[in-house]
Design a protein around this ligand. Structure first.
Ligand code: NAD
Ligand code: UDP
Length: 336
């Protein structure tokens, strides 16, 4: 059992990871400035887990406030989720992304050093592979940023790796997520995008809920079997369990380890749409639109390293992802 601080712990992936860590008997504290999370998340976490974890409403850029949290309780590791993550916004406002993501991480790492916390599990992304030349993508594939968001992930990966190399940190897992979707089966927590969703699954859910007229499929002329883009969709509870494995391995190892987290199977937009319709019984109106600039035709993981290094593989199916995404959408819309 370890005591772990989750930055961005009230967000989509952080909140599900809190549930998984608590289920494995770890002690969890959340740090979040609630810039992209609802204040209803902590009480809902309590409803799911029956545990009242400490919640620190703090900005990671406030080094002194983070230091105080570390001074008040001894943490063995930090899982660092807190970041801004919208590609379009990052191109429109690069300084904001460098500030929150890069300067925020620098501030967190400074506070960790002061407290002598040597282990970090970091939320990276498959976006660090840019437009991949080959699929499945292994961790040794070339790294390339195609937008500011991706650039910040690469910078943060490098910063953390350098701190391990120079002995300031002992262990870092750089977890490169593919496409997290789904929600906790209770329907109490899930992804709550602000404004118009840019990702496929939340958009699909809002069309199913009749909050949007129809889904636009961004291109059906890709070199894929049905012409639509292929991605590696991963259930957020599988992703949460991968964080438990990473933290537990990190407690007994040294060094920096970049690890892909995906299922290893790609599904096209059309396949996801049909899986959603078959699972929920709801017909999804759609139209074919232009390709979205910068989109890769296919992107899916080689998840072999996650299996050997973390003993983790994704267990949940596309049907589980669609069912749980829809349950969350349906229940959260009712609460609103
Ligand atoms: P999210 O926005 O739901 O969670 C991020 C949390 O961080 C939010 O609760 C937000 O309030 C908090 N936060 C933001 N800035 C902060 C700051 N300055 N100080 C304190 N808290 C702050 O996003 P998510 O989907 O849960 O993503 C978590 C991490 O995973 C991010 O680093 C993201 O880049 C990465 N990631 C996400 C995806 C995805 O598809 N969701 C894919 C790859 C990587
Ligand atoms: N997509 C789509 N319509 C949408 C949103 C996404 O056709 O409204 C497609 C997109 O072109 C890609 C796939 O769905 O092929 C997954 O997109 P998402 O933004 O969810 O993930 P990412 O492309 O960032 O991996």
């Amino acid at each position: 059992m370890a005591r772990i601080l989750l930055t961005g712990g009230a967000g989509f992936i952080g909140s599900h990871t809190a549930v998984a860590l608590l289920a494995r008997g770890h002690e969890v504290a959340l740090l979040d400035n609630f810039s992209n999370a609802s204040r209803s998340v902590p009480p809902r976490l309590k409803e799911i887990t029956r545990v009242d974890c400490p919640v620190h409403e703090v900005d990671i850029r406030d080094t002194e406030a983070v230091r105080q949290i570390f001074a008040a309780a001894a943490f063995e590791a930090v899982i660092h989720f807190a970041a801004l993550k919208a590609v379009g916004e990052s191109e429109a406002n690069p300084l904001l992304y460098f500030d929150v993501n890069v300067a925020g991480t620098l501030s967190l790492l400074t506070a960790m050093r002061h407290a002598g916390i040597g282990r970090i599990v970091f939320s990276s992304s498959a976006t660090v592979y840019g437009a991949p030349e080959h699929c499945p993508i292994a961790e040794i594939a070339p790294l390339h940023a195609t937008n500011i968001y991706g650039r910040t992930k690469l910078i943060m990966e490098d910063m953390i790796g350098d701190l391990v190399r120079t002995g300031i940190l002992s262990t870092a897992f750089l977890l490169r997520y593919f496409n997290p979707v789904g929600a906790h089966p209770s329907g109490l927590i899930g992804e709550a995008p602000c404004g118009v969703p840019t990702n496929l699954m939340p958009y699909l859910c809002q069309v199913a809920a009749r909050q949007r007229d129809c889904l636009t499929i961004f291109g059906n002329d890709y070199p894929t079997p049905d012409g639509t883009g292929i991605r590696d969709y991963l259930h957020v509870m599988d992703l949460a369990e991968a964080h438990c494995a990473a933290v537990e391995v990190a407690l007994g190892t040294h060094g920096t380890h970049a690890v892909n987290l995906g299922t290893g199977t790609g599904h096209s937009v059309m396949e996801l749409l049909h899986a959603f319709e078959n699972t929920t019984g709801i017909e999804i109106p759609y139209k074919i639109g232009a390709r979205r600039p910068g989109d890769a035709p296919s992107c899916y993981a080689d998840p072999a390293l996650a299996k050997t290094m973390l003993g983790w593989t994704a267990k949940r199916t596309l049907v589980d992802m669609c069912r749980d995404s829809w349950r969350w959408q349906f229940l959260s819309a009712k609460v609103k």
